[in-house]
Design a protein around this ligand. Structure first.
Ligand SMILES: [Zn+2]
Length: 448
């Protein structure tokens, strides 16, 4: 029954995507809302760069030194879904299968990871959204308890700096998909207590109080209750994440948020015409708000050539795709595998690393260098740019920014300091508003 429902939703999604200008890679969580399928993930070498030809060795050594000393924050990683669904142990190497494991996080110089507590839209229909989130949250604690020398649960900007000093990776959590709170501000506060420090107001689905990027508009942005959710997040110190929401929802959030917001994994629409990306006028408003746009690495969001090629491929392969979808309509896993195989046999042109770095450039130009950061979306996407095939390759971004003339100080901002500034400011806003009393004077407003 579940699978049939999931299939129907997937089929509807495909229809919807086919009717818009920019179809997506169906095996990515970003695109399809089904659980991510890993077959096309090509996590690579375990060495920090594949672009050694023509590399300036002095600049590379400078890169590595900077990477080691800087605070490097990634605000969106989907490995947690695999840790729960596939019982994947993040302490074991997953080179060639996933984008993330502890050894490669270290190799990439990562200081802090936000594990995405991703709640698929299907739970909004079937029930169980909050339970799904709680299951995933426990899995992060489980990893941190199993690897206490490598990971440390963290809740504040100061915790991240402390973890860095201890040479550990700070483990933080953000909920992806506001339906996870099941329309309850009480549950929102409970999630805060469990350690959730940002919430993406929607996934690709419009929920009962906020419109999403890639779904019907039902509330003209945020409903009254949606505004209450944002105010409550400000009050308790949970960052409001505007990735995945509609432009009007972003605009409503920016109208009312008293704390800096983040886009935990979004890129620039001026460079790639996808509704998941952020247009320039909103980039400027995020800058005014003191927020940070954390750039998503997914080629199908950042590379107009890949987007166009993907659309053409989907149109070309439609009969075969339809056949697979029909044949495996009751077997989501097999269906994903077969679609992956079909895509693998019809590869898209590779996306150069420079295309990704162009998005950092663009946001730095339009919003300012203080408002851009890293939101990789590793393990939530089905392909990645050249030289950024897994988390170990993060230094390639640093190298490219230095090569383009960014100062070390500015690169540090991009790598983590911008996020830490916004995070710390959100903590100050909450301290003033609630004095640390998460529940005492809290809103008891309810819907449903
Ligand atoms: Zn996402």
């Amino acid at each position: 029954m579940n699978q049939t429902k999931t299939f129907l939703r997937a089929a509807l999604t495909l229809l919807l995507l086919a009717s818009t200008a920019a179809p997506a890679l169906p095996q990515s969580k970003e695109a399809s809302k089904t659980a991510p399928v890993t077959d096309t993930l090509r996590a690579t070498t375990g060495t920090p760069t594949t672009t050694t030809i023509g590399r300036d060795e002095r600049l590379w050594q400078k890169t590595l030194k900077l990477q080691r000393s800087a605070i490097v924050v990634d605000t969106h990683n989907d490995i947690l879904s695999f840790m729960f669904d596939e019982n994947y142990d993040i302490g074991q190497s997953s080179v060639g299968k996933y984008h993330t494991d502890i050894a490669r996080m270290k190799e990439g110089g990562l200081s802090a990871e936000f594990f995405s507590v991703y709640v698929d839209r299907s739970y909004a229909a079937t029930g169980g959204s909050a339970r799904r989130a709680m299951d995933l949250i426990d899995m992060v604690y489980r990893a941190a308890e199993k690897y206490p020398n490598e990971l440390v649960m963290s809740y504040t900007a100061a915790d991240i700096r402390r973890a860095k000093k201890q040479k550990k990776i700070a483990a933080l959590m953000g909920i992806e998909g506001g339906h996870a709170i099941e329309n309850s501000l009480f549950a929102l506060r409970d999630f805060y207590r469990l350690g959730i420090r940002y919430m993406t107001l929607t996934h690709n689905n419009t929920n009962d109080w906020a419109d999403a990027c890639c779904d019907q508009s039902k509330h003209n942005g945020l409903s009254d209750f949606g505004k209450e959710v944002v105010r409550e997040m400000n009050r308790i110190g949970m960052l409001v994440d505007i990735s995945h929401v509609s432009d009007k929802t972003m605009s409503d959030v920016l109208d009312i948020s008293t704390a800096p917001v983040i886009a935990s994994h979004s890129s620039a629409r001026a460079l790639a015409a996808r509704p998941r990306n952020i247009p320039d006028d909103l980039l400027r408003r995020i800058a005014k708000n003191g927020g940070v746009v954390m750039i998503n690495f997914f080629p199908n969001f950042i590379d107009q050539k890949a987007i166009d090629a993907s659309a053409a491929r989907d149109a070309r392969l439609k009969p075969e795709r339809d056949r697979i979808i029909e044949q495996y309509k009751n077997d989501a896993k097999r269906r994903g595998e077969e679609l992956d195989k079909l895509n693998a046999a019809n590869p898209l042109p590779p996306t150069p690393l420079s295309v990704l770095v162009d998005h950092f450039d663009h946001v730095a130009k339009v919003a300012g260098i203080d408002h851009v950061g890293i939101g990789s979306d590793f393990d939530g996407v089905s392909s990645l740019p050249e030289g950024m095939k897994d988390i170990a390759q993060l230094p390639n971004l640093t190298y490219e920014l230095l090569r383009r003339g960014y100062s070390e100080r500015d690169v540090r901002k991009v790598l983590g300091e911008n996020f830490l500034r916004a995070f710390a400011e959100a903590e100050r806003v909450a301290a003033r508003a609630s004095g640390g009393h998460v529940s005492r004077d809290a809103s008891v407003r309810r819907i449903n």
